[in-house]
Design a binder for this molecule. Structure first.
Ligand SMILES: [Zn+2]
Length: 177
């Protein structure tokens, strides 16, 4: 299962990942990591073709995506019976972020109208400041315009829409002392 033009976000996000890594800022990767009979699959009554089955090539990160040494990988949707669009759902992501004092998250990836939307939404609900990297996301758009609607909805709830260049600049600013 592919998101149209999904690979276009890879070099954009790599630029941001590199900047954060250089600035010694933590980078988290969330991924679908589904059992073969996951509830979200059409054969089980869900809306998606089989995708991201744990341990198969379909669940791997894009080969060009920079996954720095020491990056934290959060697997979600690991239980047969529960869907998890959000990286926070059924994971220890919030605990891990708060455990290292994170107050602000920069989010990009796939798919804007599902996993990015829900992850950003739950980050806001967890009291985190959210920056959405608008050139670093792509949507499925099952209904035309879904991604734009999701972006506007998140912005209205306080997420800041930024570019990857903004993210790089913000990562390299000197921390207040
Ligand atoms: Zn999934």
């Amino acid at each position: 299962m592919a998101v149209k033009d999904g690979d276009k976000v890879v070099p954009i996000l790599n630029k941001v990942i590199e900047a954060f890594t250089r600035a010694s800022l933590p980078v988290f990767f969330t991924r679908d990591w589904h059992p073969p009979n996951h509830v979200s699959f059409e054969a089980e009554g869900g809306i998606w073709p089989p995708h991201c089955v744990k341990g198969t090539p379909g669940a791997e990160f894009h080969p060009d995506l920079e996954v720095p040494h020491g990056a934290i990988v959060i697997s979600k949707g690991t239980k047969t019976g529960s869907e998890a669009y959000s990286g926070f759902q059924g994971t220890d992501l919030e605990k891990r972020l708060k455990g290292i004092g994170v107050e602000e998250v920069f989010i990009g990836g796939l798919a804007m109208d599902y996993c990015v939307k829900e992850t950003a939404s739950e980050a806001l609900a967890a009291g985190l400041k959210v920056d959405l990297i608008k050139d670093g996301v792509k949507g499925v758009n099952r209904r035309t315009g879904d991604s734009g609607v999701a972006l506007r909805e998140l912005a209205s709830r306080g997420a800041r829409l930024i570019t990857s260049s903004d993210a790089v600049r913000l990562a390299t600013r000197k921390p207040a002392s």
